[in-house]
Design a protein around this ligand. Structure first.
Ligand code: AMP
Length: 230
């Protein structure tokens, strides 16, 4: 019998797929904490680059401001560098990646090269009106990026993060006109990934319109018994 490769069986990449505002970021952070693996939000990584004024940040900034997707080659280089770091050796939770078919196909090759098994893919299903409310109400801590919602998950003190007292701000791209563009980009470029993973029998779907605790339960339910890994 071939020796069992622990990394292929245990270490996993978890992909959270779904429209902006579906709650992927909130859940991805919880899962990463629980599994003690890094939470890799390509959006957070890009915002960090924009904040620091790096070359990547300079290219990404105008693209993000209009709600479009940053070119695949830049995203892929950023992701591959990140998951090659030692803290990602036992797996990681992606949030906001992959977002195009080209990214998904490249990710398969990257995972193979780095000796990971197939990813667990969780699709957050949620209706458009709920998304609009979540995006319009979203506030993020300027210091630690913790996510709140003025309607569904308000902070204890208005405008301040519960964890570190940091100022809560609205992301520039959560303004209504940019939100429309981001949803359009999702429908055009990211939604096809649902079929891509479903046709390979790898898609686990959850009802993301439920409250936060119920969604967390669904996510952990899937992680206990993911498709394509049973
Ligand atoms: P997010 O925080 O995931 O909503 O991402 C914010 C913005 O960053 C998006 O609207 C895109 O402009 C850009 N972005 C984040 N992740 C990706 C990705 N995987 N591919 C292309 N652009 C991305």
């Amino acid at each position: 019998m071939a020796p069992l490769d622990a990394k292929k069986v245990l270490a996993r990449a978890v992909i959270f797929l779904g429209p902006p505002g579906a709650g992927k970021g909130t859940q991805a952070k919880l899962v990463a904490e629980k599994l003690r693996v890094p939470h890799l939000s390509t959006g957070d990584m890009l915002r960090e680059n924009v904040g620091k004024g790096t070359e990547l940040g300079r290219v990404a900034k105008p693209v993000m401001e209009r709600g479009d997707l940053v070119p695949d080659d830049l995203i892929l280089r950023m992701v591959e560098d990140r998951i090659a770091r030692p803290d990602a050796a036992n797996g990681f939770v992606f949030d906001g990646f992959p977002r195009t078919l080209a990214q998904a196909e490249a990710l398969n090759r990257i995972l193979e090269r780095q000796d990971f098994g197939p990813p667990v893919v969780i699709f957050f299903r949620v209706a458009d009106d709920i998304l609009m409310r979540r995006l319009a109400g979203r506030r993020v801590c300027r210091v630690c990026s913790e996510i709140y919602n003025v309607y569904d998950r308000p902070p204890k003190v208005e405008g301040r993060c519960d964890l570190d007292g940091g100022e809560l701000i609205q992301r520039d791209d959560d303004r209504a006109e940019v939100v429309r563009e981001r949803l359009a980009a999702y429908n055009r470029q990211t939604k096809p990934l649902v079929e891509y993973y479903r046709s390979q029998g790898m898609l686990d779907e959850i009802d993301a319109a439920a409250g936060m605790a119920a969604v967390t339960d669904s996510v952990f339910g899937v992680l206990g018994q993911p498709k394509g890994r049973a």
